[in-house]
Design a protein around this ligand. Structure first.
Ligand code: NOJ
Length: 978
């Protein structure tokens, strides 16, 4: 038997859950989670009681206090159900208009987990200095600009208004409930059946009497229900959760009275505009669940949890966008319903933690992205090479296998930047430890890859094999930085790829420097380090939900204990993020000066965007999964995780060539482009395809590489503004209502490139939605289409070799057209500029470049150019200027720009780089002359357009200017005389 076959069989035996088909019953539905059941029952009781329902929570007016700087409002909150329990409300307005609303139990039996925000936020937000509070009899109000926040006293509600119109309302439906800590009764007097809720207009007086009587027995039943439903212990399948703290869940309704569409709360496999889960005829019967989970062969349409959770959503309408971020790390379920097509209601039910809500006032999608970025940070600017093509599979089985795969790419002239190693490189799945038989020469192997400018990415999972001959485990054990079992003592032990394993507790600061030290490629006195690696190896963090094969819901028991005594339930959704964030820092800091790390994570939370990339996990090789992968990548972008992609080819299954080609078309237009496959699948590297498929995929990969300047420029902008790399229609055209549900096509950054990947079998054409009265040029054929002010569908060809890509009129797109083996080899390649004139004859575009690997760009070492075209008096002038210099004065980008100077060292390294071609689409006819301003006639040719109708549609006239001998780093102007 080949060693890899043996490895495969062994892995499959170990991979109990992976080897079997998806099992929804491995994961809870809302009705199987005590607190979710309780939360939904509360909402059902409220719905039944209709207008008679009143939240028991109110502000204790006597306790209201406002800090001397007028920025922070605090007050006690009481529940009429439990007059002895105290809650505290705190409200602060940040200087960008974001309102933070915190509520916690005060002097309770225990402390609620209140540290989620400390992991998600980049810093303590600055408080506005400009707030005036006005206290009335019924409420207190703070007006700032056009916004107003109103805290109503009884019942407690918090509303954010703009221009007097409510945008976000908390507790408007009276579903706020913070289950306070209680003492378990030794003898419980349980009522067998729940107290009945009176029907509206109950006619039967006898029934009413019974209800009243039962109400006297338990006066809280109308609100809390009449049973201690899973308060003190909870079972699921064969597991029992000991729940030592008892009930502590948190329910809050958040309404958007003026917004009919919501987006976000990734990650779920569903449409971008979130379908309903409650109200009349909901699309899904369960709420959206946020509980990071390793869901094998997940469904292509479901509100089930997946690997990562970001509790942020956008509520959108034609004239306003607002956002909500809830800093909560415990399991959270979110119901979505619409009272009308112009309003949205959500209900958030979390297992534990405090209420820590950020109300983001918008009013545009871009504003909400900026507000969220100011809280949790902008997405990272990744190393440039990581935007190239990544070739992965489970597994390349030996160093010679890696070399062979690399050779085959080169023989076929297919570009690739990164080769990946999955878990089988590691002896007994002890990560870092090479399987010496199959990988006898890891450093040489990596150097062979690096010789072509390429990198390797190697997997490091969070489960550490419990064996004394594994330094990572042994040192973690010695340092006492492993997660503890429910007893709060010793080491939790569970089962994963490596057999009996333990997990590092990254909430423990003592783990941080030690973990970082493991990645050093040089020997350390202080302990073990990865000397059999090189700085060309970057890292893949998988299974960090965490995945525990023999744990409840394939994860860790919720009563496990972390640093500080917190239960795993409190921090579950944050846990995976800390692992990959620390790994990212480790890779960054292994060199001096630091280099940009690449770390791919499967699990993520709010804040993960600051550190690396994510992918959508174990998708299936089906058309449905291909399609939903696009929607998931768009949704992840809303949560900041722009650097995202889905496994090209589908992780499970053996895609037929047509599907694989279409998947590459999806992949090359994903921010993160990686082909990956399960160990059980047939090899499917693109060079293995027959013609014509092989040729098509080669062209697709080359297309990705030609467009790397577009991608990198888009990533740079995202890293500053937070607006995602892939931009859905509602982000680009917030007022266009028809675009609100469009999620199968999108724009790349601000480049003007519009993509509609094909995700159906046998397609030969497709419709593309054009949202405005502007011209759009087919990227390949120069066919020009004209949209309409109210939006228009066009039909375009989409044979297998065709992917619908358009350039929005008014854009200038920089590309590099020379085929190379890997992206670093393109560093000095010349550029092509495609000038796609708008119907008014103008265009604009940007190009951002830096060294792609270091942090020198933060010290002003970059080139940032603007290109523009203007038409006036039968003359088209194409010009370029230095945006770095222009924006430096405005200091819009902070530190990086402040230190910019046009002659910086990086700019010097590319000072000879030319623009080798300029293609102008949309000129009215053949020019009379084309010159560099003040210079001689250039070499050019003109292909006349073919008019199809009187609206400017047909094939655009195309002017190609050959080698105008202008440089990228210099100002110049080209004059086209018509
Ligand atoms: C699960 C991951 O999702 C998958 O991509 C990987 O190949 C396997 N684990 C093995 O590491």
């Amino acid at each position: 038997m080949q060693p890899w076959t043996l490895l495969g069989v062994l892995s499959l035996l170990l991979a109990v859950p992976d080897a079997l088909a998806v099992k929804s019953h491995d994961f809870k539905t809302c009705s199987q989670a005590g607190f979710c059941r309780r939360g939904r029952a509360l909402s059902a009781r409220a719905a039944e009681a209709k207008n008679t329902w009143k939240s028991p929570y109110s502000v204790d007016v006597s306790s209201i206090a406002i800090t001397p700087n007028k920025a922070v409002f605090t007050a006690g909150v009481k529940s009429s159900l439990y007059p002895d329990i105290q809650f505290g409300l705190e409200l602060r307005v940040h200087d960008d208009g974001v309102v933070r609303v915190r509520m916690d139990e005060i002097n309770g039996l225990r402390k609620r987990y209140d540290e989620a925000a400390s992991w998600a936020l980049i810093s303590e937000p600055t408080i506005s200095q400009d707030i005036t509070w006005t206290t009335g009899k019924k409420d207190i109000r703070a007006k700032y600009g056009n916004n107003e926040v109103v805290v109503a006293f009884e019942p407690l509600t918090v509303s954010l208004l703009r221009g007097g119109k409510p945008q976000i309302v908390l507790n408007g439906r009276g579903l706020l409930h913070m289950e306070h800590f209680r003492t378990k009764k030794v003898e419980e007097t349980k009522t067998e059946e729940a107290a009945p809720v009176p029907e509206e207009g109950a006619e039967d007086a006898a029934e009413q009497a019974v209800f009243e009587a039962e109400k006297e027995v338990n006066p809280r039943a109308w609100f809390e229900g009449d049973t201690e439903d899973d308060w003190w212990e909870e079972r699921f399948s064969t597991w029992t959760d000991s729940k030592p703290k008892g009930p502590e869940s948190l329910s809050i309704d958040i309404s958007f009275p003026s917004h009919g569409t919501i987006y976000g709360i990734p990650q779920h496999a569903t449409r971008l505009a979130l379908p309903t889960t409650a109200g009349d005829s909901p699309t899904f019967t369960d709420p959206y669940r946020l509980y990071n989970a390793d869901v094998f062969e997940y469904l292509a349409s479901s509100p089930m949890s997946l690997y990562g959770s970001i509790p942020i959503l956008h509520a959108h309408s034609a004239d306003s966008t607002v956002g909500i971020f809830h800093a909560v790390g415990s399991e959270t379920w979110i119901d979505v319903s619409h009272a009308s097509d112009k309003s949205t209601e959500t209900h958030w039910i979390s297992e534990s933690g405090i209420l820590d809500l950020f109300l983001m006032p918008g009013p545009t999608p871009a504003d909400v992205f900026a507000q969220y970025s100011r809280l949790t940070g902008t997405p990272v600017l990744p190393p440039h090479w990581s935007l190239g093509y990544h070739q992965c599979r489970w597994n390349y089985i030996s160093s010679d296998d890696v070399r062979t795969v690399q050779r085959r790419f080169d023989e076929e002239d297919m570009p690739v930047d990164v080769f990946w190693l999955d878990i089988e490189y590691a002896e007994e799945h002890k990560y870092f430890m090479w399987d010496a038989k199959n990988f006898p020469d890891p450093v040489e192997m990596t150097n062979d890859v690096a010789a072509n400018g390429r990198k390797m990415v190697v997997i490091v999972d969070p489960h550490l094999k419990r064996t004394s001959n594994y330094p990572a485990f042994q040192e973690a054990s010695d340092r006492k930085v492993l997660v503890m079992p429910s007893s709060g003592e010793g080491e939790y032990e569970g089962w994963c790829w490596s057999g009996s394993s333990s997990w590092i507790d990254f909430f423990n600061p003592n783990a941080w420097d030690w973990w970082k030290s493991l990645f050093k490629t040089t020997a350390l006195k202080s302990g073990w380090s990865w000397t059999s690696s090189t700085t060309d190896i970057h890292i893949w963090n998988d299974m960090n939900e965490p995945s525990v094969f023999n744990g409840p819901e394939i994860s860790m028991p919720r009563d496990n204990v972390h640093y500080g005594g917190w239960e795993h339930r409190d921090v579950h959704n944050i846990n995976g993020m800390l692992f990959s964030n620390l790994t990212s820092k480790a890779v960054q800091e292994r060199t001096d000066p630091p280099q940009r790390p690449f770390v791919l994570t499967r699990s993520f939370f709010a804040g993960s965007q600051r550190f690396g990339a994510m992918w959508t996990g174990d998708n299936l090789g089906t058309w449905e999964h291909m399609a939903v992968g696009i929607q998931m990548v768009l949704a992840n972008g809303i949560g900041g995780m722009s650097f995202a992609g889905s496994d090209v080819g589908g992780f499970f299954g053996n895609p037929e060539p047509e599907m694989l080609v279409r998947w590459y078309q999806v992949g090359i237009f994903n921010p993160f482009l990686r082909a990956h496959a399960h160990i059980d699948t047939k090899r499917r590297e693109p060079f293995l395809l027959e013609q014509p498929y092989k040729g098509i995929v080669k062209d697709l990969l080359r297309l990705r590489y030609t467009m790397l300047p577009v991608w990198y420029t888009a990533f740079r902008e995202t890293s500053v503004t937070g607006v995602p790399v892939l931009r859905p229609h509602y982000v680009m055209f917030p007022k266009d209502t028809k675009g609100f549900t469009v999620d199968d096509q999108y724009f790349i950054g601000a480049s003007g490139i519009l993509v509609k990947p094909i995700t159906t079998k046998g397609a030969t054409e497709t419709t593309v939605y054009l949202p405005e009265d502007e011209v759009y040029y087919d990227y390949f054929s120069h066919h020009v289409y004209r949209g309409a002010a109210k939006g228009k569908d066009i039909t375009v060809q989409a044979e297998l070799h065709q992917v619908p890509v358009f350039v929005r009129g008014g854009s200038i797109v920089p590309t590099r057209e020379r085929p190379r083996r890997s992206s670093p080899l393109m560093k000095l390649d010349p550029f092509t500029l495609r000038v796609a004139l708008s119907k008014a004859g103008s265009a604009r575009g940007e190009l951002y470049l830096d060294d792609g690997v270091s942090y020198a760009h933060e010290k002003g070492q970059f080139v940032w150019r603007e290109f523009s075209a203007q038409t006036a008096k039968k003359t088209v002038r194409i010009t370029t200027k230095d945006l770095g210099a222009e924006k430096k004065d405005a200091a819009v980008d902070g530190v990086a720009l402040a230190s910019y100077n046009p002659g910086n060292t990086f700019a010097e390294t590319i000072k000879e780089v030319r623009v080798e071609k300029i293609v102008v689409e949309g000129l009215g006819g053949k020019p009379a002359s084309v010159k560099v301003e003040g210079g001689k006639e250039l070499v050019w040719e003109y292909a006349p357009g073919v008019a199809a109708n009187g609206k400017g549609e047909g094939v655009a006239g195309v002017l190609t200017i050959k080698d105008p001998k202008v440089l990228v780093v210099k100002d110049w102007a080209i004059v086209i005389q018509m």
